[in-house]
Write a protein of this length. Structure first.
Length: 261
């Protein structure tokens, strides 16, 4: 029986996990990130999720983790040793990615941005741009030679909406969703319009500038991922492709490039 690979991307708000059997992604889950979670709590969580599909935690032979929450890295390392009898691969310095990182300080680049870029190179080719709609909206630029050049970071949709409604006394929190049109007839509709169309404009502006800096203009491939990608992409002229599983694909690729001999 093929040992299972558990691939986990820990974001500030959500954690996305996927279970691979060989090259096949068998299932994936999105859960709330708890920075205080212990190794035992995490083991119970993944044991429960795996049990829903008839698998056992003991059947996981390898685990790879990318995290922007440093406090959780130790918990996942302990989870791997105690329950999986293996060492967790943590995306960071020392791990092979097959992609040169040409920023001034490669160590400060988020692990999620690295694995997204690795997957984008395989999926979209080079040069390309990755836009990730998470707690932050991140833009990553990859050169024609497959080098990670850097990018831009903007506030995320939900963060922006929460900041606005918390500071404006007469604006109430609304659920993000597809706007009825640009001209909202209610306060809630106006908020949805402003956030969704506003971020579509922000994306087009930044992506367009990166495309020009990469020297390829509109011919530079783009790919979007993250929780709010499917909400914004239909309204953004510069984004043609959405892959909600891009990060998991990147984790699988990085794992393959670091197989223990």
């Amino acid at each position: 029986m093929t040992a299972l690979l558990l691939a986990i991307d820990i974001g500030n708000t959500h954690t996305v996990a996927g279970i691979y059997s060989g090259d096949r992604l068998d299932d994936h889950w999105r859960t709330a990130t708890s920075a205080e979670a212990t190794a035992d709590q995490l083991a119970a969580l993944y044991a429960s999720l795996l049990a829903l599909r008839g698998d056992e935690l003991a059947g996981v032979g390898e685990i790879i983790v990318s995290s922007v929450v440093p406090a959780l890295v130790g918990s996942y390392e302990t989870l791997a040793r105690r329950y999986l009898k293996t060492e967790a691969l943590i995306v960071g310095p020392g791990l092979k990615t097959g992609m040169p990182v040409l920023t001034n300080n490669p160590h400060e680049v988020g692990a999620d941005r690295i694995v997204n870029a690795v997957a984008a190179i395989e999926t979209a080719g080079t040069p390309c741009i990755v836009v990730d709609f998470g707690t932050a909206t991140t833009f990553c630029a990859i050169s024609a030679a497959g080098e990670y050049l850097g990018g831009a970071i903007a506030p995320g949709l939900e963060v922006s909406l929460e900041a606005l409604t918390s500071r404006a006394a007469r604006l109430s929190r609304v659920d993000l969703g597809e706007p009825e049109g640009v001209i909202g007839k209610t306060t809630a509709a106006s908020l949805r319009s402003g956030v969704v169309f506003g971020f579509a404009g922000l994306v087009d502006g930044i992506v367009g500038r990166i495309q020009e800096e990469l020297g390829g203009g509109a011919s530079v491939a783009t790919i979007a991922t993250g929780g709010f990608a499917e909400l914004v992409v239909p309204h953004a002229a510069t984004l043609s492709r959405v892959d909600p599983l891009l990060t998991l694909k990147g984790l699988k690729l990085v794992h393959e490039r670091n197989q223990r001999r």
